[in-house]
Ligand binder design. Sequence first.
Ligand code: NAD
Length: 353
Amino acid sequence: MKIAVLPGDGIGPEIVAQAVKLLEVLRADGAKIEMETAPIGGAGYDAAGDPLPEATLKLAREADTVLLGAVGGPQYDTLDRPLRPERGLLRIRKELNLFANLRPALLYPELAGASSLKPEVVSGLDLMIVRELTGDVYFGQPRGIEVRNGERVGFNTMLYSESEVRRVAHVAFGIAMKRGRKLCSVEKANVLECSELWKEVMIEVSKDYPEVALSHMYVDNAAMQLIRAPKQFDTIVTGNIFGDILSDAASMLSGSIGMLPSASLDEHNKGMYEPIHGSAPDIAGKNLANPLATILSVAMMYRYTFADLATADRIENAVKKVIAQGLRTGDIWTEGTQKVSCSAMGDAVVKAL
Ligand code: NAD
């Protein structure tokens, strides 16, 4: 398995180094993995005048999977828009056709105090949101602002084709199969035709997955239920705009942004794996960042692209162990726990593994 390693900017290189350390241990243990590093984002601009250099895209296409740190930094904010680091990220997602975005919201019981919700509501939370990433009202045509009857109107088109819904449905059912076999499809079928079709296709696809219990929920209720009783959910599948909003809300259930991994998958489960946070310029280069979101992204890589659930569990258990040992980077530190650096956290996970 070839992994394209794209550290990016800011804390990207520091956190990715911890994940690479872990991958090297797995390789020494017999895992057949190969890694090649390339610049992206600001680092891509510095190296080749392009936030997604051609050689980086070529490597990402050829590799079986991509591990990404984060991109961006204040020194790049004045560049022309197409040259900005974030454009590199959007382009690679599009070029690789990564239409299914997976965002787990997981809370270790020891970190329950870091969430803004009551500990008993979120402790032990383990939820996965599958968001469709390349369709919906964000991409539908026509769109625009124009003058009608003497006043300006703004309009967008909420649009899903059956095939777009079907492919993300298959990803979501596949994921639910590997988790608790409960899938909740979130839409607004009571008022939107687009959602009506979404729901019909979900029900059709569910016939291929008789072991998975499919339920349906309107998005407004889902927003409320996520805050009221998030542990009722196992896997949620939803469209681009609903998923955008719900996944951000869900990420706050679990306390620190430094703990949350993500995956974006194509049709063949080739994925790009990255922490959900950015390049954190305020702490970059200081060995302070939390590397656990990146390490947990490697666990997701094993689970979804390599289909090696045992190793995925092993990595996740190693993270649980260091949390249970009381080791904390600054973002998750509380009185009575031991504050450690980014590299010390990486070493501890390797040792626990
Ligand atoms: P950010 O996620 O980089 O940082 C927000 C806050 O969280 C900061 O205080 C930061 O120190 C902290 N933080 C983030 N990750 C952490 C970690 N692993 N450990 C400890 N603390 C952590 O968001 P921002 O400050 O809004 O953006 C900074 C730059 O990152 C911008 O250039 C932005 O465009 C970019 N960005 C990139 C991505 C990405 O690469 N996927 C995502 C979001 C933002």
